[in-house]
Design a protein around this ligand. Sequence first.
Ligand SMILES: Cc1cc2nc3c(=O)[nH]c(=O)nc-3n(C[C@H](O)[C@H](O)[C@H](O)COP(=O)(O)OP(=O)(O)OC[C@H]3O[C@@H](n4cnc5c(N)ncnc54)[C@H](O)[C@@H]3O)c2cc1C
Length: 380
Amino acid sequence: MDVQLTQEQRIIKDTVRKFLANEIAPLVEEYETERKIIGKDIFKKLEPYGYAGGLVSEERGGLGLDFLTYCLMVEELSRTWASLRTMVTSSALVTKLLGRMGSEAQREKYLPRLLAMDDLACFALTEPNVGSDTGSVETKAERDGDHYVINGTKTLITGGGLADLVMVYAKVKGSKGLTAFLVHKGESAFEARNIRKMGMHCSSLAELAFVDCRVPVENRLGNEGDGQRIALSGLNEGRVNVTFAVVGLGQAALEASIRYAQERVQFGKTIAHFQLVQEMIVEMALKVDTARLLGMRAASLLDREVQCRREASFAKLYATEAMVEVCNKAIQVHGGYGYTSEFPVERYFRDVRHLTIAEGTTEIQKLLLGREILGVSAFA
Ligand SMILES: Cc1cc2nc3c(=O)[nH]c(=O)nc-3n(C[C@H](O)[C@H](O)[C@H](O)COP(=O)(O)OP(=O)(O)OC[C@H]3O[C@@H](n4cnc5c(N)ncnc54)[C@H](O)[C@@H]3O)c2cc1C
């Protein structure tokens, strides 16, 4: 693996960083203080940089970026605004799956607006009674002529309150396994209710209720029973994507802590002089670097189409747990101010926390890795 970025990757990272600093960073404080949900006008600003279509091939209207480059963009976005990052990458996940697995008619109908960031999408698998055990989905779909009728509730859906297109996973009556459907708000009726949460106050996290929701048969993605395969197809990419999302927050927390340690004076010197403060900063920097390297290794394996279940799970598991520690330490470096909203580090801590849970919890990653390493499964 090459640990140095290519010149093109460096240029893209720098360009995106400058754009985010000028156009997006100035919005963050007001939005977060007022807990305003980010609107489509802000998503639209990201369109030229390929945040929606970076992973869609050029023939299908995307940018066809390599995965590592896209991850570098995700890190920068997360470093700037985690609330925005989470909705952008959820929508991009559905856009990517549609680009790869959708029929020609589905792609023609939905891709252009998603790629232009005029529409947003969300990925709806989790339910009130269904989390880690994704095979036990309770949402039902029943064929009725040229439609399916969907009944069920999805919960904890990122971007659900804003999304135009929902990728819904359901069990079709009379068929085995899960089936994926594209449910468009303009064509099929469902209700969305925003859920309050600990962090990422400007992103929507919603419960979606489908009551006799009629979806045209042509909106089924793949065949009946293909849902699990579709959901799992981007699993390793999802884990690596999340790795870079938390690294972005860890990097922001580290930078804020270095700045603060070099400015804050106690006992007649800046606190950067104190060995225990240096220890905190060095440990934070080491964790951020290690997490990024694990992410780069997995991303470069994905780019070369090499099997990397273990590397992707290692990256996700390590990075999410380590970045919670990094963001927590950033509060300690800031002392009492770190606990207040006068500095951004309390937000980084709240924002980073959910990623040891979403995209496969820490415990599930450990079980998967245990199976991979020991050859026996601890799953029932
Ligand atoms: C902010 C946020 C955004 C999300 N966005 C989305 C989204 O866009 N789309 C979507 O579909 N879902 C989304 N989710 C849901 C997420 O995928 C689930 O929360 C996650 O899969 C865990 O499921 P659960 O919360 O039901 O926990 P559970 O599965 O109920 O787990 C509870 C606890 O038990 C542990 N546990 C479970 N099974 C085992 C086992 N076999 N062995 C050991 N420990 C176990 C877990 O690790 C966890 O600690 C989001 C969640 C959050 C918090």
